[in-house]
Design a binder for this molecule. Sequence first.
Ligand SMILES: Nc1ncnc2c1ncn2[C@@H]1O[C@H](COP(=O)(O)OP(=O)(O)OP(=O)(O)O)[C@@H](O)[C@H]1O
Ligand SMILES: [Mg+2]
Length: 221
Amino acid sequence: MLIHIEDISKEYKRNDEKFYAIDHINLDIKEGEFLVIYGKSGSGKSTFINILAGILKPSDGSVKYDSLKITDGEDKKISEFRNKQIGYIGQGYTLLPNLTVYENISLSAHLYDKKSKEKEIEEVCKRLGIYKLINSYPKDLSGGEKRRVAVARALINEPEVILADEPTGDLDSENTVIVLDIFKELAESGKTVIVVSHDKDAKNYTNLIYQMDKGKLTRIS
Ligand SMILES: Nc1ncnc2c1ncn2[C@@H]1O[C@H](COP(=O)(O)OP(=O)(O)OP(=O)(O)O)[C@@H](O)[C@H]1O
Ligand SMILES: [Mg+2]
């Protein structure tokens, strides 16, 4: 799936001053590419990921997945597309508190696809080292454990595109390697992976490194 980003910008106003959180970004991302985005706090990384996910509307420009424009108004087609084709790992903690780990992961699998994913859930949880937690609730998990559940949830529908906003931010080095290895394998199998990271080791996984600076995205390697 080709991601075609055409001249997107996001303008915000703070203290009566307008500024670009995203400043006219153009980029095509091809199947099988693994992009890592570095950048200072406040540079626009999450804004960019959220626009790509269709969660946030740009002030200008558009994002297309093949022929589907995700920046058009929300409709059933776009939500279904997002649920099936995009594995989104947001920066915050987004697990539903009243559901167990297992239920959190299986929820999106059940939305459109009624088959049970018990085996797949078991497998991905084992790989991420969270299998013993599947009957626990989010409040009883550590930050890094919650992050790994969010990774498992994003992967369970075998999406074509992974959008991950600091997925390894609160992981130790062992779990960081596990997560980045999974992303690398996915890219090698033809999926597209876009990861925001502060982890300098991420550059060992790809040669497509970008830097976000005041809403502008530049390739640095
Ligand atoms: N709703 C909003 N209204 C006004 N300004 C906003 C809004 N959302 C984000 N911003 C501003 O836009 C800029 C980019 O924010 P963003 O969350 O994309 O940064 P980031 O690079 O992800 O930072 P971090 O590394 O801290 O997560 C920041 O200056 C932020 O304060
Ligand atoms: Mg952010």
